[in-house]
Write a protein that binds this ligand. Structure first.
Ligand code: C5P
Length: 238
C-alpha cells in the first residue's frame, strides 16, 4: 500500500510502498503540453491511460520485453518496480509528425522506410534537447553498451507495438519510451499510453492522442475512451 508521496510529475504521482523495491504510479487526469505551459484536466484520462499502459506492458512482457510493470492496485494506480531512470527519452518514429516536421524539412505524414530513432535528454531545465550517443555518454547519462541495448530494445518494442496497434485499427506514427536500471538489467519503465504515443485511426486518419489537447483538435476524453474500447474492452464489461 501507498506510504508517502515520492514525486509528482505532470501527469503521474509516484508513491513509496511498504516494499522498498516497489512504487505505485498514479495516473492523474491532469494534462500538460509545451513544457507545462498549457494545462488542463480531462475526465477519466488517468484511468484510460493506466489501463491502456497496463495492457501494452502485459502484451510486451508476453513477447519477452522486460518492463517495470508488476500489477494494478486500482483502476488508475499501477504497481511498478523501483528503477533508476535513465535520463534519455527514446522516440521511435514510423511516420513523420510533430517536432521532427518542425525541425527538419520532412513533411508530416511521410512514411519512413525504416524506423527513425530519436534520443532526447530528459530535462525540463534544458527543454528536452535532442542528443546523440556521444553526448549521452559524455554527460554520463548512460554507457555506450547501455545505449546500444536501449536502441535494440526500442526497435523491438516498436516492431511489436506497431503490429499490435495495426491489428486494432491504429497507425503508430511515433511514441516515447523511458528505460530504467534494476537488478543489473535495463527494463522498460514509465508508461505507454495516449499521452506518450501518436495514435491515428487507420480508417479516418484522426488523432486519438494528446495532439487533440496540444492543438485543440477535439474531445480528448472521448478519443481516449475509444482507444480504450479497442485495446482494453474488458474494462467496459459489466
Ligand atoms: O513532440 P514530438 O513530436 O517530438 O513527440 C514525439 C512523440 O513522443 C509523441 O508521440 C509524443 O507524445 C511523445 N513525447 C512524450 N513526452 C515528451 C516528448 C514526446 O511522450 N516529453
Amino acid at each position: 500500500m501507498k506510504t508517502e508521496e515520492l514525486y509528482s510529475g505532470k501527469a503521474k504521482t509516484i508513491y513509496k510502498t511498504e516494499n522498498p523495491n516497489e512504487l505505485i504510479s498514479e495516473f492523474r487526469d491532469s494534462l500538460t503540453a509545451f513544457d507545462g505551459k498549457k494545462k488542463s484536466e480531462a475526465t477519466n484520462k488517468g484511468y484510460y491511460n493506466a489501463q491502456i499502459s497496463r495492457k501494452i506492458f502485459e502484451m510486451l512482457e508476453e513477447e519477452g520485453i522486460k518492463t517495470h510493470y508488476l500489477g494494478m492496485v486500482s483502476g488508475n494506480e499501477m504497481l511498478v518496480k523501483k528503477v533508476d531512470i535513465i535520463l534519455i527519452e527514446v522516440i521511435p518514429r514510423n511516420i513523420a509528425a510533430g517536432s521532427i516536421t518542425r525541425k527538419y524539412p520532412i513533411e508530416e505524414g511521410t512514411v519512413f522506410k525504416e524506423p527513425v530513432l530519436v534520443f532526447d535528454y530528459k530535462s525540463d531545465e534544458f527543454g528536452d534537447p535532442m542528443i546523440n550517443d556521444d553526448v549521452a555518454v559524455a554527460m554520463g547519462v548512460a554507457t555506450r553498451e547501455e545505449i546500444d541495448f536501449i536502441r535494440s530494445m526500442a526497435l523491438k518494442i516498436n516492431d511489436i507495438l506497431k503490429g499490435y496497434l495495426e491489428s486494432n485499427g491504429f497507425l503508430l506514427p511515433d511514441f516515447k519510451l523511458e528505460f530504467g536500471r534494476v537488478d543489473g538489467e535495463i527494463v522498460l519503465a514509465d508508461e505507454i499510453s495516449c499521452d506518450t504515443c501518436r495514435f491515428w485511426d487507420v480508417e479516418t486518419g484522426e488523432s486519438m492522442d494528446k495532439d487533440l489537447f496540444r492543438f485543440d483538435k477535439g474531445d480528448l476524453s472521448k478519443a481516449y475512451e475509444k482507444v480504450a474500447r479497442r485495446l482494453v474492452p474488458d474494462i467496459f464489461e459489466e
